[in-house]
Design a binder for this molecule. Structure first.
Ligand code: EAX
Length: 337
């Protein structure tokens, strides 16, 4: 009898915690003076989401509940171009995207889209976090956007449903989805592939229906978006490094009091390290795990791929819209921490 009573008490406590805890959570949101909605296109298990949930907690703590962050994953608020337009229209406060789709708004980030411009993740992170990356973020103000910092998507590799990609020639004639970025498309054209720009939200279905043969993304996306279910081959080309800028609507940012702006920046910098660490931890196990899920994985000799895409450097070096100044390419290529 005593045990039964004890069990009832425990159940009541647990129910109470979840009820009042929920209330507290709700009242936390109810007390919030500011609500920041942040949209992205990746899965709820990807470090984009996990990082933004961490950011939500940090902001609630640092502002004593004044700021509530609502995170929307899986393209719920639109594709990456829509999300950037939402900042400009004032219908969205914040987004986390790859730099590639920004090519539709500004040429400032194109240098990061050049194939093989970074050879390792440490240098890539140090470069985007340096004044080189900060200058690009600052230039977004002319687009009505505040660039706050760079999280990470990572080095992109090719998956496909037909065969291992060992040399650039293996890509010949392959229908590959790319982001909506001219350098990405021209890089695959230089390797005689057939690029199709497509919003991320449409990609899994296109692979499943075999309307395209291939796609290219970091390993964390291959797992969290279950591309291993519809792609047999993973070839570790690591041809692009994708940094992920955290962007806020400028009008909204300017409307925030200075202390909230400071809290925002501090919490984002702490979350940047957290999100990158999540990716590093995932990358330690993903080759094994994706192999266990049935993918056939191969490394490549990058030299022939680097050689094949040199024409892209020639085509995009220059001044003016859609071009990248030669000295900027040199600075990024030769960047040392
Ligand atoms: O920014 O579209 C893509 O392939 C990107 O990796 C994705 O949108 C995350």
């Amino acid at each position: 009898m005593k045990e039964f009573k004890l069990l009832c008490v425990c159940l009541c406590v647990l129910l109470g915690l979840s009820f009042f805890g929920g209330f507290a959570g709700a009242s936390f949101a109810a007390e919030a003076e500011y609500t920041i909605r942040v949209g992205h296109v990746l899965a709820p298990t990807h470090p984009y989401q996990l990082g933004l949930e961490h950011f939500k907690e940090l902001m609630a703590k640092k502002t004593d509940g004044k700021v509530n962050v609502e995170v929307f994953h899986s393209s719920q608020l639109g594709n990456e171009r829509d999300l950037v337009e939402g900042l400009q229209l004032g219908t969205l406060e914040m987004t986390l995207i790859s730099t590639a789709p920004l090519a539709g708004f500004t040429s400032d980030f194109l240098v990061f889209d050049l194939p093989f411009i970074f050879s390792d993740v440490k240098t890539a992170r140090a470069c985007v976090d340096s004044e080189i990356g900060q200058k690009m973020l600052d230039q977004l103000s002319s687009q009505g956007i505040v660039g706050l910092c760079f999280f990470e998507n990572g080095f992109r590799s090719v998956t496909n449903s037909k065969k291992p990609i060992v040399t650039p020639e293996d890509l010949s004639g392959m229908k590959i989805r790319t982001m909506e970025n001219p350098i990405h498309m021209d890089s695959f054209r230089a390797m005689k592939a057939d690029p199709t720009p497509m919003a991320f939200g449409e990609l899994f279905t296109a692979l499943q229906q075999k309307t395209i043969d291939a796609q290219e993304n970091p390993l964390a996306i291959v797992e969290t978006s279950a591309f291993y279910e519809v792609q047999k081959y993973l070839s570790l080309t690591e041809h692009f490094y994708a940094p992920s800028p955290v962007l806020m609507a400028k009008a909204y940012y300017d409307s925030l009091p200075a202390d909230i702006q400071t809290a925002l920046k501090e919490c984002l910098l702490e979350t940047r390290a957290y999100e990158r660490q999540l990716l590093d931890d995932m990358n330690l196990r993903l080759l094994t795990d994706l192999g266990a899920k049935g993918m056939e994985i191969n490394t490549v000799d990058k030299a022939p791929f680097i050689e094949a895409v040199q024409v892209v450097y020639q085509d995009y070096t220059g001044v003016g819209s859609g071009k990248i100044p030669a000295e900027l390419i040199q600075r990024v290529k030769e960047f040392k921490e």
